[in-house]
Design a protein around this ligand. Structure first.
Ligand code: ADP
Length: 542
């Protein structure tokens, strides 16, 4: 029943004539109808899913229920800029109001808002403008009282939530819109929401009885793989690109500005056509590089996570993570920039356990409350457990994080774990875990690392062990039947489960060291309330 609403014909016409599209994608028409009916809507769609149409199209269609201007709140100037120029090129009257405009531009925008019959369909603003500019608030009240305010659209709505990966305090204040402008429907859109973030957004924005449109997050055309980050990583990347993606577009993400520049240097020396991007560059350089990449003058961009939001390049064939991402949510977002055109694309993460300490260090030194830091550490643990997983379908793993159930039969061997099919056996490690807790407990005051504990448990004989006389400990060598990699995985699993923890300390030279300690779940384990499933694989070397 597509023509059940008085506005249905106009909606179809706008799709064809203004947006030049033939069909709606999943949930688009439903969300459009809901907002045109005056209801609050929550739209959750993966990156590239087509969220913009859900509010841009209704902005062009009078519904009789709520007419007038659609106000869009968006977090980034670059995003606003792209959207406005796109809409203007489609012939949709759109303006923006941001702190970076000239007085003249702003005056013009205000005169449009105050005119008796504004032609404008959409106004894009930053959250600061809407919350902190009295002049703009006056203008908004005027629109509201003249019944010319159709709806509020909160784009990138996860910025509202402290649980999300990109919390912005200015967004939090948007919660007051409901009370300040009663009767105006709200549409919140995001590509990132686990259950907690979702509830938090609707709660903060006071969206009660809102209609929810949730699309699947599965991206069938993306292939996922985690590779061990070893010394040969640079050669590995070069070989990968030269063999499979010569002259193709790609992104390589790094954890820091420095890593970004260093990697660019190394890859350039190997002859790859490459540029870098991070928040430390000045604005003109950033715009220039983004443009050069978007237009194909450089194929590959090495970037920090500062690069990405608002990028709409359809033919990105690969996304490589050179450093460990800070959360699964961020990882999903970043990999989501590959393959927007629906063609097969590759997502490879180079993982080494040591990268964990770098991120922990960042969290430690970063701003944010104790609670936020605890969340960040938790996000990191989930990320590590994704990397350490050598058995379960990666799609299933990521989608479960977003609360989505996925049958791994539908992966069709498009992730390394489904493709490689390692032989695995479940091993009862309870005795070993008890021993390891005992071992760490007995020497944790000596500031030893996880690696040291592993070596003691496996019965190694290197100088440090002999010096400290750790070869005389009762637990020394009890795990001698373990292969090295297997022991590593067991210890890492214990850290993920907080049976062991690592305590960070910076030494005089600015190096961060991580010392092993018994974690808060060790006592639960000892008393037998925490089960443990360790799956050992048989493909490992000595
Ligand atoms: P998102 O904001 O969810 O990341 P966009 O709104 O930028 O995604 O849309 C991503 C791409 O999909 C854009 O190039 C857009 O033109 C295209 N698109 C959106 N809706 C449709 C549709 N119904 N049919 C075809 N293409 C669409």
């Amino acid at each position: 029943p597509e023509y059940q609403h008085p506005w249905s014909r106009d909606v179809r016409k706008a799709l064809l004539q203004i947006f030049k599209l033939k069909e709606f994608r999943q949930n688009q028409l439903e969300a459009i109808n809901a907002t045109l009916s005056g209801k609050d809507c929550f739209v959750l769609m993966p990156t590239g899913g087509g969220k913009s149409l859900c509010y841009q199209l209704p902005a062009c269609v009078p519904s009789g229920v709520t007419n007038g201007i659609t106000l869009v709140v968006s977090p980034l100037l670059s995003l606003i800029h792209d959207q406005v120029s796109r809409l203007v090129s489609l012939g949709v009257h759109t303006i923006s109001l941001t702190g970076s405009q000239t007085a003249e531009q702003r005056n013009w925008a205000f005169s449009e808002i105050y005119s008796a019959t504004p032609r404008t369909k959409l106004i894009y603003v930053t959250p600061e403008m809407i919350m902190n500019s009295p002049k703009f608030q006056d203008a908004l009240r005027s629109l509201h009282s003249r019944k010319k305010l159709a709806r509020f659209v909160i784009d990138e709505a996860h910025c509202v939530s402290q649980w999300g990966h990109d919390f912005r305090p200015d967004y939090k204040q948007l919660g007051s819109l409901r009370t300040k402008y009663p009767g105006i429907p709200i549409m919140a859109l995001t590509a990132t929401a686990n259950e907690k973030v979702k509830m938090d957004i609707m709660d903060c924005l006071e969206m009660r009885q809102c209609e929810k449109f949730v699309s699947s997050f599965n991206r069938p055309n993306l292939r996922y793989e985690v590779r061990k980050k070893e010394k040969s990583v640079i050669d590995d990347i070069v070989a990968l690109i030269e063999t499979h993606y010569p002259r193709e577009s790609g992104i390589i993400y790094c954890g820091s500005r420095r890593a970004c520049e260093e990697l660019t240097d190394k890859l350039k020396r190997k002859g790859l056509p490459i540029g870098f991007y991070h928040a430390g560059l000045d604005k003109d350089d950033r715009i220039r590089i983004q443009k050069e990449w978007a237009e194909g003058f450089i194929d590959i961009i090495v970037a920090t996570v500062a690069f990405g939001m608002g990028i709409d390049k359809a033919d990105v064939r690969f996304v490589i993570h050179y450093s460990l991402p800070q959360s699964l949510e961020g990882y999903y977002q970043e990999t989501g920039r590959a393959g927007r055109d629906g063609k097969e694309s590759m997502c490879i993460l180079y993982y080494c356990y040591r990268d964990k300490h770098t991120i922990e260090h960042l969290i430690e030194r970063g701003e944010g409350s104790a609670l936020q830091k605890e969340r960040q550490r938790n996000n990191l643990r989930l990320m590590i457990s994704y990397c350490e997983n050598k058995i379960d379908c990666r799609r299933q793993h990521v989608l479960a994080y977003f609360g989505e159930r996925f049958d791994k039969a539908n992966c069709h061997r498009t992730c390394d774990n489904c493709r490689i099919n390692v032989k695995s056996i479940t091993k009862d490690v309870r005795e070993d875990v008890k021993n390891i807790i005992e071992l760490v407990w007995s020497i944790q005051n000596e500031k030893i690392t996880i690696n040291h504990c592993m070596d003691v448990y496996r019965g190694m004989k290197h100088a440090k062990i002999l010096e400290r006389q750790h070869d005389r400990l009762p637990m020394y060598g009890k795990g001698s039947s373990y292969k090295k990699q297997e022991m590593e995985r067991l210890f890492h699993m214990l850290v993920i489960q907080q049976i062991l923890t690592e305590h960070l300390e910076t030494n005089g030279q600015g190096f961060t060291l991580a010392y092993a300690r018994v974690g808060k779940n060790a006592s639960k384990f000892r008393s037998g309330t925490q089960a443990i499933h360790f799956i050992s694989t048989e493909d490992e070397g000595p």
